[in-house]
Design a protein around this ligand. Structure first.
Ligand code: 5GP
Length: 430
Protein backbone atom coordinates (compact mmCIF):
# COMPACT_ATOMS: atom_id res chain seq x y z
CA UNK A 1 0.00 0.00 0.00
CA UNK A 2 1.33 3.43 -0.83
CA UNK A 3 1.86 5.99 1.84
CA UNK A 4 -1.12 7.96 0.61
CA UNK A 5 -3.15 4.81 0.40
CA UNK A 6 -2.14 4.02 3.90
CA UNK A 7 -3.16 7.41 5.16
CA UNK A 8 -6.48 7.02 3.45
CA UNK A 9 -6.79 3.51 4.82
CA UNK A 10 -6.05 4.79 8.25
CA UNK A 11 -8.75 7.30 7.78
CA UNK A 12 -11.17 4.82 6.47
CA UNK A 13 -10.56 2.56 9.27
CA UNK A 14 -11.23 5.45 11.51
CA UNK A 15 -14.64 5.11 12.86
CA UNK A 16 -17.08 7.68 13.86
CA UNK A 17 -20.21 8.71 15.43
CA UNK A 18 -22.39 6.04 16.71
CA UNK A 19 -25.79 4.96 15.80
CA UNK A 20 -27.70 7.53 17.51
CA UNK A 21 -24.70 9.73 17.25
CA UNK A 22 -24.78 9.42 13.49
CA UNK A 23 -28.11 11.20 13.47
CA UNK A 24 -26.84 14.35 15.12
CA UNK A 25 -24.16 15.28 12.70
CA UNK A 26 -24.77 19.02 12.58
CA UNK A 27 -24.34 19.21 16.31
CA UNK A 28 -21.16 17.25 16.15
CA UNK A 29 -19.76 19.24 13.30
CA UNK A 30 -20.29 22.46 15.11
CA UNK A 31 -18.49 20.99 18.07
CA UNK A 32 -15.53 20.03 15.97
CA UNK A 33 -15.51 23.28 14.11
CA UNK A 34 -14.78 25.13 17.26
CA UNK A 35 -12.47 22.64 18.88
CA UNK A 36 -8.80 23.33 18.35
CA UNK A 37 -5.72 21.28 18.74
CA UNK A 38 -6.21 19.73 22.11
CA UNK A 39 -4.41 16.57 21.26
CA UNK A 40 -1.70 15.13 23.37
CA UNK A 41 0.23 13.92 20.40
CA UNK A 42 3.32 15.58 19.02
CA UNK A 43 2.72 16.87 15.51
CA UNK A 44 6.03 18.43 14.59
CA UNK A 45 6.85 18.59 10.91
CA UNK A 46 10.62 18.77 11.17
CA UNK A 47 12.67 16.34 9.21
CA UNK A 48 16.20 15.14 9.54
CA UNK A 49 18.51 12.63 7.99
CA UNK A 50 19.46 10.95 11.23
CA UNK A 51 16.76 9.27 13.25
CA UNK A 52 18.90 8.76 16.33
CA UNK A 53 19.66 12.43 16.58
CA UNK A 54 16.15 13.70 16.28
CA UNK A 55 14.05 11.12 18.07
CA UNK A 56 13.16 11.85 21.66
CA UNK A 57 14.81 9.74 24.29
CA UNK A 58 12.04 7.26 25.06
CA UNK A 59 11.91 3.46 25.26
CA UNK A 60 9.66 3.42 22.22
CA UNK A 61 8.37 5.89 19.65
CA UNK A 62 4.91 5.21 18.26
CA UNK A 63 4.62 6.87 14.86
CA UNK A 64 0.99 7.67 14.42
CA UNK A 65 -1.37 10.60 13.82
CA UNK A 66 -4.51 11.46 15.75
CA UNK A 67 -6.94 10.61 12.99
CA UNK A 68 -5.38 7.23 12.30
CA UNK A 69 -7.88 4.47 12.88
CA UNK A 70 -5.37 1.68 12.96
CA UNK A 71 -3.08 3.39 15.41
CA UNK A 72 -6.02 4.34 17.58
CA UNK A 73 -6.21 0.90 19.14
CA UNK A 74 -2.58 1.30 20.28
CA UNK A 75 -3.31 4.77 21.64
CA UNK A 76 -6.30 3.45 23.58
CA UNK A 77 -4.01 0.88 25.21
CA UNK A 78 -1.35 3.48 26.03
CA UNK A 79 -3.83 6.01 27.44
CA UNK A 80 -5.78 3.43 29.42
CA UNK A 81 -2.67 1.91 30.94
CA UNK A 82 -1.22 5.32 31.72
CA UNK A 83 2.04 4.60 29.87
CA UNK A 84 4.42 7.53 30.30
CA UNK A 85 6.06 9.61 27.58
CA UNK A 86 9.39 8.16 28.64
CA UNK A 87 8.06 4.70 27.93
CA UNK A 88 6.26 5.50 24.68
CA UNK A 89 6.30 8.86 22.92
CA UNK A 90 3.78 9.33 20.11
CA UNK A 91 5.06 11.25 17.10
CA UNK A 92 3.74 11.99 13.64
CA UNK A 93 5.68 10.34 10.78
CA UNK A 94 6.10 13.95 9.61
CA UNK A 95 8.80 14.14 12.27
CA UNK A 96 10.95 12.01 9.96
CA UNK A 97 9.79 13.69 6.77
CA UNK A 98 6.56 11.75 6.24
CA UNK A 99 5.53 8.21 5.38
CA UNK A 100 7.41 8.24 2.09
CA UNK A 101 10.67 9.60 3.45
CA UNK A 102 13.80 7.47 3.46
CA UNK A 103 14.19 8.03 7.19
CA UNK A 104 10.72 6.73 7.93
CA UNK A 105 11.16 3.78 5.57
CA UNK A 106 14.20 2.69 7.56
CA UNK A 107 11.70 1.92 10.31
CA UNK A 108 8.70 0.99 8.22
CA UNK A 109 9.87 -0.20 4.78
CA UNK A 110 6.39 -0.10 3.27
CA UNK A 111 5.68 3.33 4.72
CA UNK A 112 3.07 1.84 7.03
CA UNK A 113 1.59 3.64 10.00
CA UNK A 114 1.44 3.03 12.92
CA UNK A 115 5.02 1.98 13.52
CA UNK A 116 6.61 1.35 16.91
CA UNK A 117 10.35 1.55 17.46
CA UNK A 118 11.85 -1.13 19.65
CA UNK A 119 14.44 -0.41 22.34
CA UNK A 120 18.06 -1.21 21.58
CA UNK A 121 19.64 -3.94 23.63
CA UNK A 122 23.05 -3.19 25.11
CA UNK A 123 24.14 -6.65 24.03
CA UNK A 124 23.52 -6.88 20.26
CA UNK A 125 23.26 -10.68 20.44
CA UNK A 126 20.12 -10.26 22.51
CA UNK A 127 18.64 -7.94 19.93
CA UNK A 128 15.64 -10.07 19.03
CA UNK A 129 14.43 -7.81 16.31
CA UNK A 130 17.21 -8.38 13.81
CA UNK A 131 17.78 -5.73 11.19
CA UNK A 132 14.54 -3.84 11.71
CA UNK A 133 14.31 -1.98 14.96
CA UNK A 134 10.56 -1.48 14.77
CA UNK A 135 7.16 -3.15 14.53
CA UNK A 136 4.35 -2.37 12.14
CA UNK A 137 0.71 -3.53 11.93
CA UNK A 138 -1.51 -2.22 14.67
CA UNK A 139 -2.54 -5.63 16.01
CA UNK A 140 1.11 -6.66 16.34
CA UNK A 141 1.99 -3.40 18.06
CA UNK A 142 -1.05 -3.62 20.34
CA UNK A 143 -0.19 -7.15 21.45
CA UNK A 144 3.45 -6.20 22.00
CA UNK A 145 2.39 -3.26 24.19
CA UNK A 146 0.02 -5.49 26.16
CA UNK A 147 2.79 -7.98 26.81
CA UNK A 148 5.50 -5.40 27.49
CA UNK A 149 3.34 -3.42 29.92
CA UNK A 150 1.39 -6.37 31.29
CA UNK A 151 1.87 -5.28 34.89
CA UNK A 152 0.60 -1.73 34.32
CA UNK A 153 -3.11 -0.98 34.22
CA UNK A 154 -5.79 -3.21 32.71
CA UNK A 155 -4.60 -6.32 30.87
CA UNK A 156 -6.99 -5.90 27.90
CA UNK A 157 -7.03 -9.70 27.87
CA UNK A 158 -10.11 -10.81 29.79
CA UNK A 159 -10.89 -14.47 30.30
CA UNK A 160 -13.60 -14.18 27.68
CA UNK A 161 -11.93 -15.56 24.52
CA UNK A 162 -14.29 -13.56 22.33
CA UNK A 163 -12.06 -10.54 22.75
CA UNK A 164 -9.49 -12.04 20.41
CA UNK A 165 -12.21 -13.33 18.11
CA UNK A 166 -13.78 -9.90 17.72
CA UNK A 167 -10.41 -8.25 17.11
CA UNK A 168 -9.60 -10.86 14.50
CA UNK A 169 -13.00 -10.60 12.80
CA UNK A 170 -12.53 -6.85 12.68
CA UNK A 171 -9.15 -7.07 11.01
CA UNK A 172 -10.17 -9.80 8.57
CA UNK A 173 -13.66 -8.75 7.52
CA UNK A 174 -14.36 -5.14 8.46
CA UNK A 175 -11.11 -3.29 7.86
CA UNK A 176 -10.60 -5.02 4.54
CA UNK A 177 -13.77 -3.55 3.01
CA UNK A 178 -14.00 -0.34 4.98
CA UNK A 179 -12.78 1.43 1.82
CA UNK A 180 -16.36 1.23 0.56
CA UNK A 181 -17.08 4.19 2.84
CA UNK A 182 -14.49 6.55 1.45
CA UNK A 183 -12.82 5.36 -1.75
CA UNK A 184 -13.66 7.34 -4.86
CA UNK A 185 -15.55 5.36 -7.49
CA UNK A 186 -12.45 5.26 -9.66
CA UNK A 187 -10.80 3.06 -7.03
CA UNK A 188 -13.64 0.56 -6.93
CA UNK A 189 -14.44 -2.36 -7.20
CA UNK A 190 -13.39 -3.50 -3.79
CA UNK A 191 -12.31 -7.10 -3.40
CA UNK A 192 -15.23 -9.39 -4.12
CA UNK A 193 -17.69 -6.51 -4.30
CA UNK A 194 -18.30 -5.00 -7.73
CA UNK A 195 -19.72 -1.74 -6.47
CA UNK A 196 -20.00 0.45 -3.40
CA UNK A 197 -23.53 -0.57 -2.66
CA UNK A 198 -22.80 -4.29 -2.42
CA UNK A 199 -19.63 -3.61 -0.41
CA UNK A 200 -21.60 -1.45 2.03
CA UNK A 201 -24.17 -4.23 2.40
CA UNK A 202 -21.40 -6.68 3.21
CA UNK A 203 -19.80 -4.18 5.58
CA UNK A 204 -23.06 -3.79 7.50
CA UNK A 205 -23.50 -7.55 7.54
CA UNK A 206 -20.07 -8.01 9.09
CA UNK A 207 -20.95 -5.57 11.88
CA UNK A 208 -24.06 -7.68 12.46
CA UNK A 209 -21.97 -10.82 12.72
CA UNK A 210 -19.85 -9.20 15.40
CA UNK A 211 -23.06 -8.08 17.10
CA UNK A 212 -24.12 -11.73 17.27
CA UNK A 213 -21.08 -12.54 19.42
CA UNK A 214 -22.18 -10.11 22.13
CA UNK A 215 -24.30 -10.77 25.17
CA UNK A 216 -27.50 -8.79 25.65
CA UNK A 217 -26.17 -6.83 28.61
CA UNK A 218 -23.46 -5.00 26.64
CA UNK A 219 -23.19 -1.42 27.90
CA UNK A 220 -25.75 -2.12 30.59
CA UNK A 221 -24.22 -4.37 33.23
CA UNK A 222 -21.31 -5.44 31.10
CA UNK A 223 -20.03 -2.02 29.94
CA UNK A 224 -17.36 -3.38 27.59
CA UNK A 225 -17.70 -5.81 24.71
CA UNK A 226 -16.54 -8.83 26.66
CA UNK A 227 -17.69 -8.03 30.18
CA UNK A 228 -16.73 -5.59 32.88
CA UNK A 229 -13.10 -5.42 31.77
CA UNK A 230 -11.86 -3.40 28.84
CA UNK A 231 -10.41 -5.68 26.18
CA UNK A 232 -8.45 -5.70 22.96
CA UNK A 233 -11.83 -6.06 21.23
CA UNK A 234 -12.93 -2.65 22.56
CA UNK A 235 -9.67 -1.01 21.53
CA UNK A 236 -9.79 -2.58 18.07
CA UNK A 237 -13.45 -2.02 17.27
CA UNK A 238 -14.03 1.44 18.72
CA UNK A 239 -12.09 3.49 16.10
CA UNK A 240 -13.88 1.68 13.26
CA UNK A 241 -17.18 2.37 15.00
CA UNK A 242 -16.29 6.07 15.00
CA UNK A 243 -15.75 5.92 11.27
CA UNK A 244 -18.77 3.74 10.48
CA UNK A 245 -21.18 5.88 12.46
CA UNK A 246 -19.91 9.02 10.80
CA UNK A 247 -19.73 7.77 7.23
CA UNK A 248 -22.61 5.31 6.85
CA UNK A 249 -25.33 7.97 7.30
CA UNK A 250 -23.88 9.76 4.28
CA UNK A 251 -25.23 6.90 2.19
CA UNK A 252 -28.76 7.22 3.56
CA UNK A 253 -31.06 8.84 1.05
CA UNK A 254 -34.21 8.48 3.12
CA UNK A 255 -33.50 10.98 5.84
CA UNK A 256 -36.90 10.37 7.40
CA UNK A 257 -36.03 6.73 7.97
CA UNK A 258 -32.27 6.60 8.37
CA UNK A 259 -30.75 3.20 8.82
CA UNK A 260 -28.87 2.95 12.12
CA UNK A 261 -25.16 2.67 11.28
CA UNK A 262 -24.52 0.02 13.91
CA UNK A 263 -26.74 -2.75 15.24
CA UNK A 264 -28.35 -2.15 18.67
CA UNK A 265 -25.91 -3.72 21.11
CA UNK A 266 -22.92 -2.16 19.37
CA UNK A 267 -24.75 1.15 19.29
CA UNK A 268 -25.25 1.06 23.06
CA UNK A 269 -21.66 0.03 23.61
CA UNK A 270 -20.29 2.73 21.32
CA UNK A 271 -22.40 5.54 22.75
CA UNK A 272 -21.60 4.42 26.28
CA UNK A 273 -17.84 4.41 25.73
CA UNK A 274 -17.62 7.64 23.78
CA UNK A 275 -19.59 9.48 26.42
CA UNK A 276 -18.59 7.82 29.70
CA UNK A 277 -15.08 6.47 29.32
CA UNK A 278 -12.52 9.28 29.22
CA UNK A 279 -9.96 7.27 27.24
CA UNK A 280 -12.45 6.46 24.52
CA UNK A 281 -13.79 10.02 24.54
CA UNK A 282 -10.26 11.28 24.00
CA UNK A 283 -9.63 8.96 21.06
CA UNK A 284 -13.05 9.78 19.64
CA UNK A 285 -12.12 13.48 19.75
CA UNK A 286 -8.71 12.82 18.20
CA UNK A 287 -10.27 11.04 15.25
CA UNK A 288 -13.17 13.42 14.78
CA UNK A 289 -11.12 16.56 15.08
CA UNK A 290 -9.18 15.93 11.87
CA UNK A 291 -11.91 14.07 10.08
CA UNK A 292 -14.57 16.71 10.47
CA UNK A 293 -12.64 19.95 10.66
CA UNK A 294 -9.90 19.26 8.18
CA UNK A 295 -11.06 16.52 5.85
CA UNK A 296 -14.75 17.29 5.61
CA UNK A 297 -15.11 21.00 6.23
CA UNK A 298 -11.82 22.27 4.80
CA UNK A 299 -10.70 19.75 2.17
CA UNK A 300 -14.19 18.51 1.23
CA UNK A 301 -12.73 15.06 1.08
CA UNK A 302 -16.04 13.22 1.05
CA UNK A 303 -17.82 15.36 -1.54
CA UNK A 304 -17.13 13.04 -4.44
CA UNK A 305 -18.65 10.09 -2.65
CA UNK A 306 -21.39 11.81 -0.71
CA UNK A 307 -24.66 10.27 -1.70
CA UNK A 308 -22.95 7.58 -3.76
CA UNK A 309 -24.92 4.38 -3.56
CA UNK A 310 -28.04 6.19 -2.39
CA UNK A 311 -31.31 4.37 -2.59
CA UNK A 312 -33.26 4.72 -5.82
CA UNK A 313 -36.49 6.55 -5.07
CA UNK A 314 -37.76 7.05 -8.63
CA UNK A 315 -41.15 5.46 -9.42
CA UNK A 316 -41.09 1.77 -10.26
CA UNK A 317 -41.74 0.60 -13.85
CA UNK A 318 -43.16 -2.34 -15.74
CA UNK A 319 -39.72 -3.92 -15.54
CA UNK A 320 -40.05 -4.18 -11.75
CA UNK A 321 -43.15 -6.29 -12.33
CA UNK A 322 -41.18 -8.53 -14.66
CA UNK A 323 -38.37 -8.73 -12.09
CA UNK A 324 -40.70 -9.73 -9.27
CA UNK A 325 -42.58 -12.18 -11.46
CA UNK A 326 -45.93 -10.33 -11.38
CA UNK A 327 -46.08 -10.31 -15.16
CA UNK A 328 -44.57 -13.00 -17.36
CA UNK A 329 -41.64 -12.55 -19.69
CA UNK A 330 -39.62 -14.96 -21.80
CA UNK A 331 -36.32 -14.91 -19.96
CA UNK A 332 -33.39 -15.87 -22.14
CA UNK A 333 -30.48 -15.24 -19.81
CA UNK A 334 -30.02 -14.24 -16.18
CA UNK A 335 -27.32 -13.80 -13.59
CA UNK A 336 -27.12 -12.19 -10.14
CA UNK A 337 -27.16 -8.68 -11.58
CA UNK A 338 -28.89 -8.82 -14.98
CA UNK A 339 -32.13 -10.11 -16.48
CA UNK A 340 -32.43 -10.59 -20.26
CA UNK A 341 -35.83 -11.27 -21.80
CA UNK A 342 -37.63 -11.09 -25.15
CA UNK A 343 -39.17 -7.75 -26.03
CA UNK A 344 -42.98 -8.03 -26.06
CA UNK A 345 -43.16 -5.94 -29.21
CA UNK A 346 -40.18 -7.10 -31.28
CA UNK A 347 -38.83 -4.76 -33.93
CA UNK A 348 -36.70 -7.49 -35.50
CA UNK A 349 -36.80 -11.33 -35.67
CA UNK A 350 -34.58 -11.35 -32.60
CA UNK A 351 -35.16 -8.60 -30.03
CA UNK A 352 -33.87 -9.01 -26.48
CA UNK A 353 -33.88 -6.52 -23.62
CA UNK A 354 -31.26 -6.54 -20.88
CA UNK A 355 -31.88 -4.74 -17.59
CA UNK A 356 -29.91 -4.38 -14.37
CA UNK A 357 -31.87 -6.16 -11.63
CA UNK A 358 -31.02 -3.37 -9.21
CA UNK A 359 -31.79 -0.11 -11.00
CA UNK A 360 -29.70 1.79 -8.43
CA UNK A 361 -30.52 5.21 -9.85
CA UNK A 362 -30.12 4.14 -13.49
CA UNK A 363 -33.50 5.35 -14.68
CA UNK A 364 -31.59 6.23 -17.86
CA UNK A 365 -28.02 6.09 -19.05
CA UNK A 366 -27.69 9.81 -18.43
CA UNK A 367 -27.99 9.11 -14.70
CA UNK A 368 -24.90 6.93 -14.74
CA UNK A 369 -21.84 7.82 -12.71
CA UNK A 370 -18.53 6.14 -12.07
CA UNK A 371 -20.38 4.17 -9.43
CA UNK A 372 -22.15 2.28 -12.24
CA UNK A 373 -19.14 1.32 -14.32
CA UNK A 374 -19.21 -2.30 -13.27
CA UNK A 375 -22.87 -2.97 -14.06
CA UNK A 376 -22.64 -1.06 -17.36
CA UNK A 377 -19.68 -3.20 -18.38
CA UNK A 378 -21.54 -6.37 -17.41
CA UNK A 379 -24.59 -5.33 -19.46
CA UNK A 380 -22.49 -4.80 -22.58
CA UNK A 381 -20.64 -8.08 -22.15
CA UNK A 382 -23.92 -9.98 -21.85
CA UNK A 383 -25.39 -8.05 -24.80
CA UNK A 384 -22.44 -9.23 -26.89
CA UNK A 385 -22.99 -12.83 -25.78
CA UNK A 386 -26.67 -12.67 -26.66
CA UNK A 387 -25.90 -11.15 -30.06
CA UNK A 388 -23.86 -14.28 -30.86
CA UNK A 389 -26.61 -16.68 -29.81
CA UNK A 390 -28.03 -18.21 -33.00
CA UNK A 391 -30.61 -20.14 -30.97
CA UNK A 392 -32.27 -16.78 -30.24
CA UNK A 393 -32.42 -15.99 -33.97
CA UNK A 394 -29.31 -13.86 -34.28
CA UNK A 395 -27.22 -14.15 -37.43
CA UNK A 396 -24.01 -12.42 -38.35
CA UNK A 397 -24.22 -9.36 -36.13
CA UNK A 398 -26.77 -7.30 -34.28
CA UNK A 399 -27.70 -3.75 -33.45
CA UNK A 400 -27.24 -2.90 -29.80
CA UNK A 401 -29.14 0.18 -28.71
CA UNK A 402 -29.82 2.21 -25.58
CA UNK A 403 -32.63 4.73 -25.93
CA UNK A 404 -32.07 7.57 -23.52
CA UNK A 405 -34.70 10.04 -22.41
CA UNK A 406 -37.60 11.54 -24.30
CA UNK A 407 -35.66 12.60 -27.39
CA UNK A 408 -33.98 9.22 -27.51
CA UNK A 409 -37.34 7.46 -27.59
CA UNK A 410 -37.04 5.93 -24.13
CA UNK A 411 -40.38 4.77 -22.73
CA UNK A 412 -39.47 2.71 -19.68
CA UNK A 413 -37.51 4.55 -17.00
CA UNK A 414 -35.26 1.65 -16.07
CA UNK A 415 -32.03 1.46 -18.04
CA UNK A 416 -32.25 -1.27 -20.66
CA UNK A 417 -30.18 -2.42 -23.59
CA UNK A 418 -31.90 -3.55 -26.77
CA UNK A 419 -30.20 -6.28 -28.80
CA UNK A 420 -31.81 -6.51 -32.24
CA UNK A 421 -30.92 -8.95 -35.02
CA UNK A 422 -32.00 -11.73 -37.36
CA UNK A 423 -32.21 -9.35 -40.30
CA UNK A 424 -30.10 -6.75 -42.07
CA UNK A 425 -30.43 -3.44 -40.24
CA UNK A 426 -30.91 -0.17 -42.11
CA UNK A 427 -27.93 2.13 -42.09
CA UNK A 428 -30.00 5.05 -40.85
CA UNK A 429 -31.04 5.59 -37.28
CA UNK A 430 -34.62 6.71 -37.35
P1 5GP B 1 -37.68 1.96 -24.77
O1 5GP B 1 -38.55 2.55 -25.78
O2 5GP B 1 -37.95 2.48 -23.38
O3 5GP B 1 -36.21 2.01 -25.12
O4 5GP B 1 -37.99 0.40 -24.74
C1 5GP B 1 -38.90 -0.21 -23.90
C2 5GP B 1 -39.13 -1.58 -24.49
O5 5GP B 1 -39.78 -2.37 -23.51
C3 5GP B 1 -40.04 -1.56 -25.70
O6 5GP B 1 -39.35 -2.12 -26.81
C4 5GP B 1 -41.25 -2.38 -25.28
O7 5GP B 1 -41.74 -3.17 -26.36
C5 5GP B 1 -40.70 -3.20 -24.16
N1 5GP B 1 -41.73 -3.57 -23.20
C6 5GP B 1 -42.61 -2.73 -22.61
N2 5GP B 1 -43.42 -3.42 -21.79
C7 5GP B 1 -43.01 -4.71 -21.82
C8 5GP B 1 -43.46 -5.89 -21.17
O8 5GP B 1 -44.40 -5.90 -20.38
N3 5GP B 1 -42.79 -7.04 -21.45
C9 5GP B 1 -41.75 -7.09 -22.30
N4 5GP B 1 -41.14 -8.24 -22.51
N5 5GP B 1 -41.30 -5.97 -22.94
C10 5GP B 1 -41.93 -4.80 -22.70
Amino acid sequence: MTAIGLLIAAVAAVGNLGSVSGFHLPHRISKYKTSSSHLAMATTTESSSNNDNILPNADHILFDVPVSNNGARCRIILYKKGISNEQVTILSPAHLGGLKSEEYKKLSPLGLMPCLTLPKHENPSQQYHGGLSSLVESDTIARYLLSKYATIGPSFQPENPKSNLIARMHDMYLTTIQGCLYKPASRLPLGDYPDRKSAIEAYRKNWNIIESFLTDDVAEDATYLCGKEVSLADATLFPSAVFATYMLPKFDSDLDHPEPPLPPKLTRWFDHLRINDSTFTKVYDEIMDTMVNSWENTNHRWDSIRGAGVRDTAPSTIFDLILNGSIPATIVRENEHILAFKDINPLAPAHILLIPKDRNGLTSLRQSTEEHIHILGQLLVMAGEIAKDTSLGFGDGARIVINDGKDGGQEVQHLHVHVLGGRQMESTFG
